[in-house]
Design a protein around this ligand. Structure first.
Ligand code: DGL
Length: 256
């Protein structure tokens, strides 16, 4: 890895567009950073692949980002964090690698005698990391592996009858229950917030984006790697899926 410099870019990746929701928050909190976001669209979804497959895909993306001189990496994907973060941290001992996890911890503060719904990919929910999190903060949590849900965000279908049908099947059993919080444990689901909120109008939907970026900021600060204020922040978008995929990411980045 080249000598890290404070104005070098921060690399960020996901299996596709989901991590753009993290990038937006990062640009808000860190307006002087140069971000390079890589969407591995060609290999999406990650959430139905084996841990080994996700690790080897993540490793490839990290190498691409390091070739571009990134000073830190944000895994803007719960699935890839679960499958690959520990190994990548061991392999790149000097590189700050920030990951994410489903926000069961903040959601647990809202739990009383009802249920907390945790929506994530099958891979995240089956992973060891999730089991550890669940052991600590799982009281009242119902875990819902959502095979096929990220694809709606990938297609830019943020509120369609087909999405409504999908969510109806998934969430109907909980409509009459006392739902205290819904955890959006996949970065793609952040773009589906409106459609999910319709099922539980006054229930908080919790994602890990803000906390992840706070953690990135803390790490950069501690290592004296925060970009200087003379630098104007920007985002560069890359994808294994070609120009159509980049266009889709740009659209979501500019969405209010
Ligand atoms: N956006 C990813 C996550 O946060 C995964 C989506 C997928 O590729 O299955 O888990």
């Amino acid at each position: 890895m080249p000598e890290p410099v404070r104005n070098a870019p921060v690399g960020m990746f996901d299996s596709g567009v989901g991590g753009i929701s993290v990038l937006k928050e990062a640009m808000r909190q860190l307006p002087h950073e140069h971000f390079i976001f890589y969407g591995d669209t060609k290999n999406a979804p990650y959430g139905t692949k084996t841990k080994e497959q996700v690790l080897s895909l993540s490793r490839r993306v990290v190498e691409t980002l390091l070739d571009k001189g990134c000073k830190a990496i944000v895994i803007a994907c719960n699935t890839a964090t679960s499958a690959a973060a520990a190994t990548l941290r061991a392999e790149y001992a000097d590189l700050p690698i920030i990951g994410m996890e489903p926000a069961l911890k903040p959601a647990s503060l809202l739990h009383q005698d009802g249920v907390v719904l945790s929506l994530a990919t099958p891979g995240t929910i089956a992973g060891e990391k999730y089991a550890q999190l669940y052991a600590l903060y799982g009281e009242g949590v119902v875990s819902l592996p959502c095979r096929g849900l990220m694809e709606f965000a990938e297609r830019g279908e943020l509120d369609s009858p087909a999405l409504q049908d999908y969510l109806e099947k998934l969430l109907r059993p909980y409509r009459e229950k006392k739902v205290e919080a819904v955890v959006l444990g996949c970065t793609h689901y952040v773009f589906l917030k409106q459609a999910i909120q319709r099922f539980f109008p006054s229930v908080p939907l919790i994602d890990g984006n803000e906390g992840t970026v706070r953690q990135l900021k803390r790490r950069l600060e501690a290592l004296s790697l925060l970009a200087g204020e003379e630098q104007t922040g920007c985002a560069e978008l890359l994808s294994s899926g070609g120009s159509g995929a980049i266009e889709q990411m740009r659209k979501l980045l500019n969405l209010n």
